[in-house]
Design a protein. Structure first.
Length: 572
């Protein structure tokens, strides 16, 4: 960071920094207003929808809970204490409100440093537009953290205590919304931090100590919450299942069947875990899964994921990231004082995503998008920008904004069509009935847009087989009508309708054959526009053969001969 600046390098704060804050707030509101008027916002992933269901007690959740899992429990407690207004869930309102806070802070800090509101507005609009129309909590946490770091730099440049206070709030919010994303953005932003100021500025030192204490306290509260006995099942299974559902562990064991056999698993068992089926102890057994993963050789695991590393880096050519990357390159060229720090930050970014890919994590735009955006914002605040450079960057940001808007329009139009199709499907479901939803078979993003009606959303109950299945509030912990869970009902009766596909039902059929000597019996199959439901039960293996209900020893997705007539099993 430049330790001394001449007057022409130091943009004036104006007559009142409060007035400047108001002005930049107005500017930051422009992209939000335009975006929400022009497009219908949808969640980028189903994680936010699941957390909204958890904190407000509908859909997959039997009752409201602050245990959001992916966000800090304190954030869940805060969201849960807001009322539903205008038939919109508070989770949606607060997510957009925090996104606006991040945009406002970023516009203010960049505008103050560069002395160009037009540059700040166009850059922030290009960065935030996709996050407004397709919000996602990891992206939100990253952008909050980025704005917080920009506030620290602004304080180091200007000495304004208000900037430090704003920065503290933004950073803490970023930590609460998604702790892991907070760390990633801080890691990428480290080359830009004002280390000399940290050593000599008492206010900055107090800020740093307070921030660490508050974040540490929030982390302790979160850790203590999930140590409660109700969370034992979730806690024991979560990290183990992540090796398969998030980090591609199945690929490692596909070529090592002897390791599976030594721990009492079949390949079908591992496929079921990979596809979020945790309802059976033959597959989702924490003790045996732990023993299985204990046999992994880290070097072999990493070598087998080298292809995943290539996929991760090729993901940087994603059309959503290309405009930001182009702006980073231009900023690197036109802000000479930030070049060294930008190079280091870019190197840290590349190493980080390479390491994540080597451990098996596939490309995740929601993780890397705010990292690239942070490099862009911090580069702009990393050194002097000449007048001509500001004009060039403003024009480039404007062009990037046009491309981003065009891509957003295309994606949003597709989501609107999907929403219409799934809304028609929902009219054919029985409101209030419990449906099993296996993995991502149900298009939650289209079914539950950001401004979904809170009243209508509570009409449907989902027994979701996914990351939240072992949580105490999940309807996947379902116990009613004399059944002690899904497997008990499958073995001793029949289950609720299952939203799945033939591939998933084949896995379930093999599970029944391999561990229970039973076969699946199809009672009904209903085909909708966007999903299919199966009503199934099981019969003993010998009985199934005696009745000649199956067409082959392995179900393999083929329907039994006693399936009801097509007119009774298909809804269109």
């Amino acid at each position: 960071m430049e330790s001394a600046m001449t007057d022409d390098q130091r943009p004036s704060l104006g007559r009142s920094s409060r007035r400047e804050i108001v002005f930049t707030g107005f500017f930051a509101a422009l992209p939000f207003t335009v975006s929400l008027v022009a497009w219908r916002p949808y969640w980028q992933t189903n994680d936010d929808i699941a957390m909204s269901m958890v904190v407000h007690g509908y859909g997959i959740s039997a009752y409201p809970s602050a245990g959001l899992v992916f966000s800090n429990v304190i954030y869940g407690w805060i969201v849960g204490h807001f009322p539903v207004l205008f038939d919109i869930f508070p989770y949606s309102v607060l997510s957009l409100a925090l996104l606006f806070a991040a945009a406002w802070g970023t516009v203010y800090f960049v505008s103050e440093w560069t002395g160009c509101r037009a540059l700040a507005l166009t850059m922030v609009s290009a960065l935030f537009l996709p996050a407004i129309v397709f919000p996602q909590f990891s992206v939100l946490a990253g952008l909050l953290t980025c704005a917080g770091i920009a506030g620290i730099l602004h304080y180091a440049h200007r000495g304004a205590r208000g900037s430090l206070a704003i920065s503290a709030i933004l950073l803490l919010l970023g930590f609460l919304v998604r702790e892991q994303q907070f760390y990633l953005v801080m890691l990428v932003g480290m080359p830009f931090l004002p280390y000399r100021a940290f050593l000599g500025d008492r206010k900055l030192q107090v800020f740093l100590a307070a921030a660490i204490c508050l974040a540490g306290a929030a982390g302790v509260v979160d850790h203590a919450y999930y140590r409660q006995p109700d969370w034992d099942e979730y806690r024991e299974l979560n990290l183990l299942r992540a090796a398969f559902t998030d980090y591609g562990g199945a690929g490692y064991f596909r070529t090592r069947p002897e390791l599976l056999a030594a721990c009492g698993f079949t390949w079908n068992d591992i496929e079921l875990v990979t596809h979020w089926f945790f309802a059976d102890q033959n597959t989702a057994d924490p003790v045996r899964l732990s023993a299985l993963l204990g046999q992994v050789r880290v070097a072999d695991w990493t070598l087998e994921n080298l292809g995943n590393v290539r996929t991760t880096f090729s993901g940087l050519a994603n059309r959503s990231l290309l405009p930001l990357i182009a702006l980073v390159i231009m900023s690197f060229t036109l802000v000479p004082g930030a070049r060294n720090r930008t190079l280091i930050s870019g190197g840290v970014f590349c190493v980080t995503i390479g390491v994540i890919g080597a451990f098996g994590r596939p490309w995740a735009q929601r993780v890397y998008y705010p990292l690239v955006g942070s490099i862009l914002v911090l580069t702009l605040m990393g050194g002097r920008i000449r007048s001509a450079g500001r004009e060039i960057l403003t024009a480039a940001a404007g062009i990037a904004l046009v491309f981003v808007a065009a891509m957003t329009q295309t994606a949003n139009a597709g989501m609107i069509r999907n929403e219409a199709r799934i809304a028609e499907d929902f009219t054919r479901l029985d409101e209030g009935r419990l449906y099993i939803v296996w993995g991502a078979v149900l298009d939650y993003e289209a079914a539950y847009p950001v401004f979904v009606s809170a009243v209508k959303a509570k009409n449907y109950r989902w027994f979701a087989l996914g990351a939240f299945s072992p949580a105490p509030y999940a309807k996947a912990q379902w116990r009613e009508e004399g059944c002690r869970g899904l497997m008990d009902c499958l073995l001793n009766g029949s289950s609720p309708p299952i939203m799945a596909n033939d591939e998933l039902m084949t896995l379930l059929g093999r599970l029944m054959e391999e561990h229970y000597s039973r076969r699946l019996v199809m009672r009904a199959v209903r085909q909708f526009n966007t999903f299919r439901t199966y009503e199934i039960s099981t019969t003993r293996l010998d009985d199934a053969w005696n009745r000649n209900t199956m067409t082959s020893p392995s179900w393999g997705g083929k329907y039994p001969a006693d399936l009801p007539a097509a007119s009774n099993r298909t809804a269109r």
